[in-house]
Design a protein around this ligand. Structure first.
Ligand SMILES: C[S@@+](CC[C@H](N)C(=O)[O-])C[C@H]1O[C@@H](n2cnc3c(N)ncnc32)[C@H](O)[C@@H]1O
Length: 285
Protein backbone atom coordinates (compact mmCIF):
# COMPACT_ATOMS: atom_id res chain seq x y z
CA UNK A 1 0.00 0.00 0.00
CA UNK A 2 1.25 3.53 -0.76
CA UNK A 3 1.34 6.37 1.78
CA UNK A 4 -1.47 8.12 -0.11
CA UNK A 5 -3.70 5.03 0.09
CA UNK A 6 -3.05 4.67 3.82
CA UNK A 7 -3.87 8.34 4.44
CA UNK A 8 -7.09 7.99 2.41
CA UNK A 9 -8.22 4.94 4.42
CA UNK A 10 -7.54 6.59 7.79
CA UNK A 11 -9.25 9.78 6.62
CA UNK A 12 -12.37 7.75 5.80
CA UNK A 13 -12.26 6.07 9.21
CA UNK A 14 -12.00 9.44 11.01
CA UNK A 15 -14.89 10.84 8.98
CA UNK A 16 -17.03 7.74 9.55
CA UNK A 17 -16.52 7.93 13.33
CA UNK A 18 -17.02 11.71 13.45
CA UNK A 19 -13.74 12.43 15.18
CA UNK A 20 -13.36 16.06 16.30
CA UNK A 21 -10.35 18.03 15.01
CA UNK A 22 -8.93 21.19 16.52
CA UNK A 23 -5.75 20.16 18.29
CA UNK A 24 -3.15 20.88 15.66
CA UNK A 25 -5.26 19.93 12.62
CA UNK A 26 -8.73 21.01 11.50
CA UNK A 27 -9.71 18.17 9.15
CA UNK A 28 -9.57 14.39 8.82
CA UNK A 29 -7.04 14.28 5.97
CA UNK A 30 -4.45 16.40 7.82
CA UNK A 31 -4.86 14.39 11.00
CA UNK A 32 -4.57 11.10 9.06
CA UNK A 33 -1.37 12.43 7.46
CA UNK A 34 0.06 13.31 10.90
CA UNK A 35 -0.78 9.85 12.20
CA UNK A 36 0.68 7.96 9.22
CA UNK A 37 3.84 10.12 9.21
CA UNK A 38 4.27 9.51 12.94
CA UNK A 39 4.20 5.72 12.54
CA UNK A 40 6.53 5.86 9.53
CA UNK A 41 8.82 8.19 11.46
CA UNK A 42 8.67 10.86 8.77
CA UNK A 43 9.31 14.36 10.02
CA UNK A 44 6.55 16.72 8.92
CA UNK A 45 9.13 19.37 8.06
CA UNK A 46 11.00 16.93 5.78
CA UNK A 47 11.35 17.94 2.13
CA UNK A 48 12.02 14.38 0.93
CA UNK A 49 9.69 12.86 -1.64
CA UNK A 50 7.88 9.78 -0.27
CA UNK A 51 5.79 8.91 -3.34
CA UNK A 52 7.49 5.54 -3.84
CA UNK A 53 7.43 4.50 -0.18
CA UNK A 54 5.46 1.28 0.38
CA UNK A 55 3.81 0.63 3.75
CA UNK A 56 4.86 -2.69 5.29
CA UNK A 57 2.42 -5.02 7.06
CA UNK A 58 3.69 -4.19 10.56
CA UNK A 59 3.51 -0.47 9.82
CA UNK A 60 -0.09 -0.78 8.60
CA UNK A 61 -0.96 -2.70 11.80
CA UNK A 62 0.60 0.10 13.90
CA UNK A 63 -1.29 2.75 11.90
CA UNK A 64 -4.57 0.93 12.50
CA UNK A 65 -3.84 0.45 16.21
CA UNK A 66 -3.14 4.15 16.71
CA UNK A 67 -6.17 5.29 14.71
CA UNK A 68 -8.42 2.91 16.72
CA UNK A 69 -7.03 4.38 19.93
CA UNK A 70 -7.70 7.91 18.63
CA UNK A 71 -11.29 6.99 17.69
CA UNK A 72 -12.13 4.95 20.80
CA UNK A 73 -10.61 7.22 23.47
CA UNK A 74 -11.18 10.56 21.66
CA UNK A 75 -7.80 11.60 23.06
CA UNK A 76 -6.19 14.25 20.79
CA UNK A 77 -3.50 12.74 18.58
CA UNK A 78 -0.61 14.85 19.99
CA UNK A 79 -1.21 13.30 23.44
CA UNK A 80 -0.99 9.81 21.88
CA UNK A 81 2.21 10.62 19.98
CA UNK A 82 3.71 13.07 22.51
CA UNK A 83 4.51 15.51 19.75
CA UNK A 84 3.00 18.65 18.23
CA UNK A 85 4.17 21.05 15.54
CA UNK A 86 4.29 24.81 16.05
CA UNK A 87 6.12 27.34 13.87
CA UNK A 88 7.61 24.45 11.84
CA UNK A 89 9.21 22.90 14.93
CA UNK A 90 8.32 19.69 16.73
CA UNK A 91 7.57 20.02 20.45
CA UNK A 92 7.25 17.43 23.20
CA UNK A 93 3.74 17.52 24.70
CA UNK A 94 1.73 15.54 27.21
CA UNK A 95 -1.43 16.07 29.23
CA UNK A 96 0.29 18.56 31.54
CA UNK A 97 0.06 21.22 28.80
CA UNK A 98 -2.32 22.64 26.23
CA UNK A 99 -1.65 21.30 22.72
CA UNK A 100 0.06 24.11 20.75
CA UNK A 101 -2.26 25.67 18.14
CA UNK A 102 -2.25 29.42 18.73
CA UNK A 103 -2.46 31.62 15.60
CA UNK A 104 0.19 33.73 17.33
CA UNK A 105 2.59 31.36 15.47
CA UNK A 106 1.91 33.24 12.23
CA UNK A 107 2.67 36.64 13.81
CA UNK A 108 5.97 35.32 15.17
CA UNK A 109 6.91 33.87 11.77
CA UNK A 110 6.21 37.30 10.25
CA UNK A 111 8.49 38.88 12.90
CA UNK A 112 5.45 40.87 14.14
CA UNK A 113 5.60 42.77 10.84
CA UNK A 114 3.94 45.28 10.19
CA UNK A 115 2.88 45.71 13.80
CA UNK A 116 6.18 46.58 15.37
CA UNK A 117 9.79 47.35 14.63
CA UNK A 118 11.74 44.14 15.14
CA UNK A 119 14.87 45.98 16.26
CA UNK A 120 13.04 47.37 19.31
CA UNK A 121 12.34 43.89 20.73
CA UNK A 122 15.02 43.14 23.29
CA UNK A 123 13.00 41.86 26.22
CA UNK A 124 9.89 39.69 25.97
CA UNK A 125 7.55 38.35 28.62
CA UNK A 126 5.25 35.43 27.86
CA UNK A 127 2.46 34.77 30.33
CA UNK A 128 1.08 31.22 30.46
CA UNK A 129 3.77 29.45 28.46
CA UNK A 130 2.42 25.86 28.72
CA UNK A 131 4.66 23.70 26.51
CA UNK A 132 6.90 26.73 25.94
CA UNK A 133 6.04 26.75 22.22
CA UNK A 134 5.47 30.52 21.91
CA UNK A 135 8.54 31.47 23.97
CA UNK A 136 10.73 29.03 22.02
CA UNK A 137 9.44 30.20 18.63
CA UNK A 138 10.12 33.80 19.69
CA UNK A 139 13.63 32.89 20.82
CA UNK A 140 14.24 31.42 17.36
CA UNK A 141 12.80 34.36 15.39
CA UNK A 142 14.18 37.09 17.71
CA UNK A 143 17.61 35.72 18.40
CA UNK A 144 18.83 38.87 20.15
CA UNK A 145 15.96 38.94 22.64
CA UNK A 146 15.85 37.79 26.24
CA UNK A 147 12.64 36.02 27.14
CA UNK A 148 10.91 35.41 30.45
CA UNK A 149 8.23 32.72 30.20
CA UNK A 150 5.86 32.09 33.08
CA UNK A 151 3.18 29.65 34.09
CA UNK A 152 1.18 29.16 37.26
CA UNK A 153 1.40 25.39 36.76
CA UNK A 154 4.57 23.65 37.93
CA UNK A 155 3.57 20.63 35.87
CA UNK A 156 3.37 22.74 32.70
CA UNK A 157 6.75 24.31 33.48
CA UNK A 158 8.32 20.84 33.64
CA UNK A 159 7.20 20.28 30.03
CA UNK A 160 8.38 23.76 28.99
CA UNK A 161 11.76 22.92 30.54
CA UNK A 162 12.05 19.75 28.42
CA UNK A 163 11.41 21.80 25.26
CA UNK A 164 13.65 24.74 26.20
CA UNK A 165 16.48 22.28 26.89
CA UNK A 166 15.84 20.37 23.66
CA UNK A 167 16.07 23.55 21.56
CA UNK A 168 19.15 24.75 23.52
CA UNK A 169 17.49 27.99 24.62
CA UNK A 170 18.38 27.73 28.31
CA UNK A 171 20.41 30.97 28.14
CA UNK A 172 17.78 32.94 26.21
CA UNK A 173 14.62 31.80 28.01
CA UNK A 174 14.05 32.05 31.74
CA UNK A 175 11.14 29.97 33.07
CA UNK A 176 9.37 31.33 36.15
CA UNK A 177 6.47 29.97 38.18
CA UNK A 178 4.09 32.87 38.66
CA UNK A 179 0.41 33.65 39.02
CA UNK A 180 0.28 36.16 36.14
CA UNK A 181 2.62 39.04 37.15
CA UNK A 182 3.08 38.08 40.83
CA UNK A 183 6.74 36.97 40.58
CA UNK A 184 7.71 39.23 37.69
CA UNK A 185 10.08 42.16 37.84
CA UNK A 186 11.32 44.71 35.32
CA UNK A 187 9.97 46.18 32.11
CA UNK A 188 9.52 44.52 28.74
CA UNK A 189 9.31 45.70 25.13
CA UNK A 190 6.75 43.04 24.35
CA UNK A 191 4.31 40.99 26.42
CA UNK A 192 2.65 38.04 24.70
CA UNK A 193 -0.07 35.89 26.19
CA UNK A 194 -2.45 33.16 25.13
CA UNK A 195 -4.22 32.95 28.49
CA UNK A 196 -7.17 30.73 29.45
CA UNK A 197 -10.30 32.37 27.98
CA UNK A 198 -13.07 29.77 27.79
CA UNK A 199 -16.30 30.80 29.58
CA UNK A 200 -17.75 28.18 31.97
CA UNK A 201 -20.87 27.49 29.87
CA UNK A 202 -18.83 27.04 26.67
CA UNK A 203 -16.47 24.71 28.53
CA UNK A 204 -19.35 22.40 29.46
CA UNK A 205 -20.24 21.85 25.81
CA UNK A 206 -16.80 21.33 24.30
CA UNK A 207 -16.08 18.09 22.39
CA UNK A 208 -14.64 15.26 24.49
CA UNK A 209 -11.12 15.90 23.12
CA UNK A 210 -10.81 19.06 25.24
CA UNK A 211 -11.40 17.13 28.48
CA UNK A 212 -7.85 15.72 28.19
CA UNK A 213 -6.32 19.22 28.34
CA UNK A 214 -5.59 20.88 31.71
CA UNK A 215 -8.70 22.78 32.88
CA UNK A 216 -6.29 25.46 34.12
CA UNK A 217 -5.22 26.11 30.54
CA UNK A 218 -8.76 26.72 29.27
CA UNK A 219 -11.31 27.81 31.87
CA UNK A 220 -11.56 31.52 32.65
CA UNK A 221 -14.67 32.12 34.76
CA UNK A 222 -18.19 33.02 33.69
CA UNK A 223 -17.37 35.33 30.78
CA UNK A 224 -13.87 34.13 29.80
CA UNK A 225 -12.25 37.33 31.03
CA UNK A 226 -10.87 36.29 34.45
CA UNK A 227 -7.23 36.32 33.30
CA UNK A 228 -7.53 38.77 30.41
CA UNK A 229 -8.91 41.45 32.77
CA UNK A 230 -5.98 41.06 35.16
CA UNK A 231 -3.45 41.09 32.31
CA UNK A 232 -4.93 44.28 30.77
CA UNK A 233 -4.94 45.91 34.20
CA UNK A 234 -1.37 45.05 35.23
CA UNK A 235 0.48 44.96 31.89
CA UNK A 236 1.28 48.73 31.84
CA UNK A 237 3.39 48.29 34.99
CA UNK A 238 5.60 45.80 33.13
CA UNK A 239 5.72 47.39 29.68
CA UNK A 240 8.26 49.96 28.46
CA UNK A 241 6.74 53.32 27.40
CA UNK A 242 6.63 52.19 23.75
CA UNK A 243 5.94 48.57 24.64
CA UNK A 244 3.24 46.38 23.17
CA UNK A 245 0.89 43.71 24.48
CA UNK A 246 -0.25 40.90 22.19
CA UNK A 247 -3.11 38.95 23.70
CA UNK A 248 -5.19 36.06 22.41
CA UNK A 249 -8.83 36.27 23.48
CA UNK A 250 -10.34 33.63 21.17
CA UNK A 251 -14.00 32.98 21.98
CA UNK A 252 -13.89 35.83 24.53
CA UNK A 253 -12.87 38.47 21.93
CA UNK A 254 -16.28 40.17 21.63
CA UNK A 255 -16.68 40.21 25.40
CA UNK A 256 -13.21 41.75 25.79
CA UNK A 257 -14.07 44.53 23.31
CA UNK A 258 -17.41 45.21 25.01
CA UNK A 259 -15.97 45.23 28.50
CA UNK A 260 -12.78 47.27 28.01
CA UNK A 261 -13.47 49.66 25.09
CA UNK A 262 -9.76 50.00 24.32
CA UNK A 263 -8.24 50.64 20.85
CA UNK A 264 -7.39 46.99 20.19
CA UNK A 265 -5.90 46.19 16.78
CA UNK A 266 -7.25 42.80 15.70
CA UNK A 267 -4.81 40.78 13.68
CA UNK A 268 -5.79 39.18 10.34
CA UNK A 269 -4.35 35.74 9.74
CA UNK A 270 -3.51 34.34 6.32
CA UNK A 271 -3.37 30.72 7.51
CA UNK A 272 -6.45 30.59 9.73
CA UNK A 273 -7.31 31.69 13.23
CA UNK A 274 -8.64 34.86 14.80
CA UNK A 275 -9.12 36.49 18.19
CA UNK A 276 -5.64 37.92 18.72
CA UNK A 277 -5.36 41.63 19.56
CA UNK A 278 -2.47 44.01 19.88
CA UNK A 279 -2.47 47.09 22.07
CA UNK A 280 0.15 49.72 22.84
CA UNK A 281 1.24 50.40 26.44
CA UNK A 282 0.17 54.06 26.19
CA UNK A 283 -3.43 52.98 25.54
CA UNK A 284 -3.53 50.69 28.56
CA UNK A 285 -2.69 53.33 31.13
C1 LIG B 1 -4.20 28.58 26.69
S1 LIG B 1 -2.83 27.91 27.54
C2 LIG B 1 -1.50 28.52 26.52
C3 LIG B 1 -0.28 27.65 26.53
C4 LIG B 1 0.77 28.05 25.48
N1 LIG B 1 1.22 29.40 25.65
C5 LIG B 1 0.23 27.86 24.08
O1 LIG B 1 -0.13 28.86 23.44
O2 LIG B 1 0.13 26.71 23.64
C6 LIG B 1 -2.80 28.93 28.98
C7 LIG B 1 -1.65 28.69 29.92
O3 LIG B 1 -1.77 29.63 30.99
C8 LIG B 1 -1.48 28.99 32.22
N2 LIG B 1 -2.14 29.73 33.30
C9 LIG B 1 -3.39 29.59 33.78
N3 LIG B 1 -3.62 30.45 34.78
C10 LIG B 1 -2.48 31.15 34.95
C11 LIG B 1 -2.06 32.19 35.85
N4 LIG B 1 -2.90 32.65 36.79
N5 LIG B 1 -0.82 32.67 35.74
C12 LIG B 1 0.04 32.20 34.78
N6 LIG B 1 -0.28 31.22 33.92
C13 LIG B 1 -1.52 30.71 33.99
C14 LIG B 1 -1.97 27.57 32.04
O4 LIG B 1 -1.34 26.69 32.94
C15 LIG B 1 -1.63 27.31 30.57
O5 LIG B 1 -0.36 26.74 30.45
Amino acid sequence: MSIDDAIKKITELFDKHKVFFGHGTDNAADEATDLVFFILNIDFTSTQNFNDRIILEDEWKAINKLSSLRIETRKPLPYLTNQAYFCHEKFYVDERVLIPRSPIAEIIQNHFNPWLDESMIKTILEIGTGSGCIAIAMAKYFENSLITATDVSDAALEVAKINVKHFLFEKQIKLIQSDLFDNIQGKYNLIVSNPPYVPREVMKNLPQEYSFEPTKALLAGDNGLDFIARILHDAPLFLEEDGILVIEAGVASKEMEREFKLPFKWIDFEFGGEGVALIEAKHLK
